[in-house]
Design a protein around this ligand. Structure first.
Ligand code: NAD
Ligand code: G6P
Ligand code: MN
Length: 453
């Protein structure tokens, strides 16, 4: 059984490989292949992947590292995708250009997310076509590549029969935080209900061994005025410098979204919002506390990326791989668990991004929504829900139509539709601002975007 990682040079590759290798028996995996378009970057990451497989875990999984699609996908059963088109250099542009115009500067939300989406649609379609050509006929692509909601809408439009499931690790990271806040050791005992679009959803119930824990969580957040366990905090205004590869969602500017969870719940306490909703509900405040010259892209380049590549260089010099060079945990476990559910037909419960088809009765049939599903060998069996309240439905419709217009505009090369998408986004205060941001982004993305007429 062959698993291929697209974006083999990603900072998440070592952690994902470790999760796969730890579950090698359930996955019956014999070979892991890394595929990337940046040979130099991937060859470096492959050094640590080789160490994980053959030194740390001493398994006999073969490792193949390639930039050739045929070598990457031939007879592969699972393809885990995590490409970042334009890499961190373009993420930095996605975050900084909107901030220059007073708009939220974020990797996957608002104008930054739309720019990233327009770079990613066609490389993802190309990857799907290569996989179709070379992989096993019953392949599954499990896609983490962001912005997952725009990517999933583009796949639905352009390759409706592709065997692809789009996923996100944020709800899992939030559940990790719930467990840490409430002192629950085994987070697998936590079951939750959720609805939304990707990076745009709400938990409606959270239970531990059948007992409601959303009520004690609400109380915890209210009392602490933040949704972060004390261990993560140095003072009430900044994050402790925990180990280099500790919980990355509790580092640097991530602080503000955990604080924002408290702020949102002070007004709307019924549901637990996804952290990303802060960018849409507190857009003004998030612009105000952003540093337009040093955004999350800079934080990541100065920490996760630097730490990994410097650690690899030191390993090559000394033969010693220090701990904390890479992160392993929920992100890799989640995608490995999903592959196990598909392969072994376990019908385990996962959140997936999938075509609505009535699961949320008052959202369009063809919306790509993020909802719980039981996953077995034929893919996700989505759980139908009750109609969602007007506030959430209104927000979701605005965001959904924005994403649909963006994808349409990108496919058709229509400046007007893309401008409508930018204008419709809740992080953008006026049509004229939308146009100014878009025009700057066209220049910055000239090597990546389709031409807009
Ligand atoms: P990274 O820049 O370290 O790695 C991305 C890799 O993708 C790079 O090595 C790059 O060369 C490669 N790449 C770019 N275009 C490619 C293409 N067309 N084909 C193959 N490879 C290509 O980025 P990272 O921070 O490690 O993140 C990797 C991806 O995972 C990003 O898309 C990020 O947004 C995503 N991510 C998603 C979730 C989620 O919840 N869905 C969680 C974490 C990360
Ligand atoms: C969460 C989200 C991902 C996003 C990541 C960014 O995990 O679910 O979609 O890519 O955060 O994290 P970073 O550390 O790169 O800012
Ligand atoms: Mn995500």
């Amino acid at each position: 059984m062959i698993i291929t990682l697209i974006g083999g040079g990603s900072t998440f590759t070592p952690g994902i490989v470790k999760s796969i290798a730890l579950r090698r028996e359930e996955l019956d995996v014999t070979e892991i292949r890394l595929f990337d378009i940046d040979k130099e970057r991937q060859d470096k990451v492959a050094v640590v992947v080789d160490w994980i497989l053959h030194k740390e875990l001493e398994c006999d999984i073969k490792l193949t590292v390639t930039t050739d699609p045929k070598t990457a996908y031939t007879d592969a059963s699972f393809i885990f995708a995590q490409m970042r088109v334009g890499k961190y250099a373009m993420r930095e542009q996605d975050e900084k250009i909107p901030l220059r115009h007073g708009c939220v500067g974020q990797e996957t939300c608002g104008c930054g997310g739309m720019a990233y989406g327009m770079r990613t649609i066609f490389p993802m379609i190309e990857a799907i076509d290569d996989v179709e050509k070379y992989a096993k006929p019953d392949y599954w692509i499990l896609n983490y590549s962001n912005p997952a909601s725009i990517v999933s809408e583009a796949c639905r439009r352009l390759r409706p029969n592709a065997r692809i499931i789009n996923i996100c690790d944020m709800p899992i990271a939030i559940i990790d935080m719930v467990a840490a806040a409430l002192g629950i050791e085994n987070k697998k005992e936590i079951v939750y209900d959720y609805f939304g679009l990707n990076h745009f959803g709400w938990f409606t119930s959270i239970e531990h061994n059948g007992k409601d824990i959303l009520t004690p969580l609400r109380k915890y957040i209210k009392e602490n005025e933040i949704f972060l366990p004390a261990a993560y905090l140095k003072s009430n205004s900044s994050l402790a410098k925990n180990s280099k590869t500790g919980n990355r969602h509790a580092k640097g500017s991530w602080y503000y979204v955990w604080k924002g969870e408290y702020e949102i719940m002070e007004n709307f306490p019924e549901m637990l919002p996804n952290t990303y909703l802060n960018y849409y509900l507190q857009q003004k405040e998030f612009v105000e506390h952003s540093d337009p010259d040093y955004t999350r892209a800079n934080e990541v380049m100065d920490s996760r990326e630097k730490n990994l590549f410097e650690g690899i260089d030191r390993y090559l010099e000394t033969g010693e791989l220090e701990k904390d060079v890479f992160y392993a945990g929920s992100h890799g476990d989640w995608i490995a668990d999903l592959a196990i559910a598909l392969k072994n037909d376990t019908k385990a419960r996962f959140l997936v991004i999938t075509e609505n088809k009535g699961a949320l009765p008052n959202m369009p049939h063809d919306a790509m929504v993020e909802v719980p599903a039981y996953v077995g060998k034929n893919g996700p069996e989505v759980i139908a829900q009750n109609p969602i309240p007007l506030f959430q439905q209104g927000l979701m419709m605005q965001q959904l139509n924005c994403e649909k217009l963006l994808v349409e505009g990108c496919i058709e090369g229509s400046y007007e539709k893309v401008l409508q998408a930018f204008t419709l986004n809740k992080t953008v205060p006026s049509m004229n601002v939308a146009k100014a941001v878009l025009d700057d982004m066209i220049v910055a993305n000239k090597d990546y975007w389709p031409e807009l007429k």
